[in-house]
Design a protein around this ligand. Structure first.
Ligand code: SUG
Length: 444
């Protein structure tokens, strides 16, 4: 089995609009000037690092933004620019949602059950409805279109429709898989915020509904699923997704002590199902939830290299927090299962609460299934170079909040995306005046 990380290519409208309630970074950076070009290049640099470690890398292109199809469904009409101008004039706050580049956080794009875990031996994918946040609730349409193009072969892949929006689903950000190694049947762990809607009267919403997780496990045909409640404390402290406080890879669970509501039960279940499971727990006495959330220690990529060693890809913020660094120095590279730590700069994304792990969607496949993936969405060094040049040419250098209202920016965003899809050889078709990935075009 080969694990591919599909990173979201950070789109030209990356900005700080403070749209995510419960996401402290998004709230505290609201109104700040963003740097879309630097953001996208930081993302490319992360992908290059993973490739230099010998790992396979994929990309998910940014969505059409402003999302005029969504605005049309809200009753705005006319040309693309007229739709945007009317929406901005009528309701600037609503319009800002249509501009968000949030599809970059592809951990939220879908939930993936690799073939060894499922009853029919296929890889199953369900796009997340992202219903809890207005600016993200429109993503699933374009995500579903992309996934259908990337994973076309029904012998290997099953792409499902999203769960009904009544049940909030945030995709792989609340999903972990533990197994002896990627090729073995895994235990799929679905982490939810207890109940639906508001979390026990707390200030922040729980974004993952247990029923959504159960629906996905059913649809994917996963016999070995565990449904685990995220801790109230973690959500209240700003862990709006489980991947802010825990990450798993093969037989290793790397987690904060306060990530789960009932950790003793979870650990004992895991030990029963996967005898060689290794739980690397960071105690709250050494790293508080607040430190974990501000440094994004756990929003790291835990990956297995070709020689079998496991390494962590962390944001620079984790290196800069003295308590987190002390813990890492004492626990990485010794006798534990994690051999090394790499720190990377994804600060532009981090300021919106998106660390290294948010930016990627993991897809574990066999060689056969890998050959069935549309290679236009797979990255190599030459393509990374070409993408970097395109970003230099087309992505705005800075975005101040007032610029979000400018027709020139909207046009620049559409043009940049069109140039990107052309570079990747991905055809487009118009639906309601909006260009979407066209599954009828064949790979170049
Ligand atoms: O959904 N931020 C994203 C961050 C997603 C992080 N993903 C994972 N943890 N897997 C979110 O809250 C901020 C957008 C804004 O404020 O403009 C935002 O959507």
């Amino acid at each position: 089995m080969i694990e591919i990380n599909f990173d979201g290519l950070i789109g030209p409208t990356h900005n700080y609009a403070g749209l995510s309630l419960g996401n402290l970074a998004s709230a505290s950076n609201a109104g700040r000037t963003s740097r879309p070009r630097a953001a996208a290049l930081q993302g490319i640099a992360k992908m290059r690092l993973l490739m230099s470690l010998g790992l396979r890398q994929g990309i998910l292109p940014p969505h059409h933004r402003p999302d005029t199809q969504w605005l049309r469904r809200l009753g705005f009409s006319g040309s693309e620019a007229e739709v945007c101008a009317a929406a901005h004039a009528a309701d600037p706050a609503l319009f800002r949602n249509a501009l968000s580049a949030s599809a970059m956080w592809t951990a939220n794009a879908a939930t993936i059950s690799p073939a060894p875990d499922t009853a029919d031996g296929r890889l199953h994918l369900t796009p997340a409805n992202l219903a809890s946040m207005t600016h993200r609730s429109m993503e699933w349409r374009q995500t579903a279109q992309q996934l259908a193009v990337i994973f076309p072969d029904r012998r290997h892949f099953a792409v499902h429709p999203p769960v009904p929006a009544r049940f909030g689903d945030e995709g792989a950000a609340n999903f972990m898989r533990l197994c002896t190694q990627h090729a073995a049947r895994g235990v799929e762990i679905f982490v939810y915020g207890e109940g639906a809607g508001e979390f026990g009267g707390g200030a922040f919403p729980a974004r993952q509904d247990r029923r959504a997780s159960e629906a996905i496990a059913r649809a994917h045909g996963v016999p070995d699923a565990l449904f685990v409640a995220q801790s109230r404390q973690a959500i209240a402290a700003g862990a709006f997704h489980n991947d802010v406080v825990a990450v798993a890879n093969e037989n290793v669970l790397f987690t904060h002590e306060q990530a789960f509501q009932d950790r003793d039960w979870l650990y004992s279940e895991l030990r029963r199902r996967i005898p060689d499971v290794s739980v690397v727990e960071v105690p709250a006495s050494q790293v508080s939830l607040e430190d974990a959330i501000s440094s994004y220690l756990f929003n790291s990529q835990l990956v297995t290299l070709r020689d079998g060693r496991m390494v962590l890809i962390l944001p620079k913020e984790a290196e800069e927090n003295p308590r987190v660094k002390t813990w890492l120095d004492a626990n990485i590279g010794g006798n534990g299962p994690i051999h090394a730590a790499h720190f990377i700069d994804v600060r532009e994304s981090m300021r919106n609460g998106g660390g290294p792990a948010c930016l990627r969607l993991r897809v574990a496949v066999t060689e056969d299934a890998l050959a069935a993936i549309d290679s236009r969405f797979l990255l190599d060094d030459a393509k990374a170079d070409a993408l970097a040049r395109l970003i230099e040419d087309h992505w705005p250098e800075t975005l101040e909040p007032a610029m979000l209202a400018e027709p020139d920016l909207w046009q620049q965003s559409w043009d940049a995306r069109a140039a990107l899809l052309d570079l990747l050889g991905i055809g487009r078709k118009e639906i309601d005046g909006q260009s979407v990935v066209d599954e009828t075009t064949v790979p170049a």
